[in-house]
Design a protein around this ligand. Structure first.
Ligand SMILES: [Zn+2]
Length: 315
């Protein structure tokens, strides 16, 4: 049996997996919502929900298999955006239990005794839509989803793609009550200098560490080289391993996030970063204090193989 995430982090760099929703959208199994509304406005619009777990389980199973074959030590159950409220907005609220349970079951089937399975918990989008008054509702949603994930048998949690630190800390409190180990990563947009409620990367790292995460860092929105300075700022603030899951899309000096580029979501191929940048990032990981490394949106198995090669080359 594989060791716990906390044990793995003590013994070397843990290789995560890539981005599921964008890849499954490209394969025709996930709805971006772009046909109905302007996605990427920052107001909690856009669908990108994980009903693929119950509607096309074979497609999800295959993508897990590809990441495992690429060398992933951890598979994330596709439970991103699977709180009851977000699923309700997408028309799947009544399937909240079924989607979370199916996603974990499929990931565990593929992982077997070769990889850990992490439950993915992401922002609710309620803070963007309703402001900080949404805190109580968000807490209830996190409590429910984390309970479902624990009952379904995840090995640990990855809290990811939180734009606001206040919402992340609520999720971390809920996760702490579950007793599961937690990797926590913020996402920074439009620039890497501050999160949406005005905390620097260093402040975010310290707060996430104080709230019990076993690794802290960033995911999504930037390509590896753009993310690196914010990871260094976090590293200077904490004594924990960093977690990094950059996106596979090129950002600009004027806008450090891909979800606010004109190419999002229907022209992303025009800003795709090559896997070579992930190979180079893998080579850097250990020296940069990165203990958990993977990819986010735009990263299929080729990117995870490139990270694996980079990690082995650094040895
Ligand atoms: Zn992403």
């Amino acid at each position: 049996m594989v060791n716990s995430i906390e044990t793995r982090l003590k013994t070397g760099v843990v290789l995560g997996d890539g981005g599921y929703l964008i890849e499954l959208e490209r394969r025709g199994y996930v709805d971006s919502g772009s046909g109905r509304e302007k996605v990427g406005t920052g107001k909690g619009s856009g669908q990108f929900t994980p009903e693929v777990a119950i509607e096309h389980p074979d497609a999800l199973r295959e993508l897990h298999r590809e990441f495992l074959a690429a060398g992933s030590h951890v598979l994330q159950a596709l439970t991103f955006f699977a709180t009851r409220e977000k699923l309700t907005r997408a028309g799947y609220g009544a399937q909240t239990e079924a989607i979370n349970q199916a996603a974990v079951r499929i990931a565990k089937e593929v992982a077997g005794n070769q990889a850990l399975v992490a439950g993915s918990v992401s922002r609710t989008q309620l803070f963007e839509r309703e402001g900080p008054a949404a805190a109580g509702h968000a807490r209830d949603l996190f409590d429910e989803q984390i309970r479902l994930l624990k009952e379904a048998g995840v090995d640990c949690l990855i809290l990811e793609t939180f734009f606001r630190l206040d919402e992340m800390l609520i999720a971390l409190d809920c996760a702490a009550r579950s007793g599961l180990a937690v990797v926590a990563t913020m996402s920074f947009r439009p620039m890497i200098t501050k999160c949406s409620d005005d905390h620097t990367p260093a402040e975010c790292a310290r707060a996430m560490a104080e709230h019990g995460a076993c690794a802290v860092g960033a995911n999504c929105e930037q390509e590896p080289l753009r993310m690196l300075p914010l990871l260094r700022a976090m590293r200077s603030a904490v004594n924990l391993p960093l977690a990094a899951q950059p996106a596979g899309f090129r950002t600009t000096d004027a806008c450090h996030c891909f979800t606010r580029q004109a190419a999002f979501p229907d022209d992303l191929e025009t800003i795709q970063v090559s896997r070579r940048e992930f190979f180079d990032f893998g080579k850097l990981a250990s020296a940069e204090g990165i203990g958990y490394i993977g990819g986010c949106c735009g990263c299929n198995a080729a990117y995870i193989r490139a990270l694996a090669h980079g990690l082995s080359e650094a040895k």
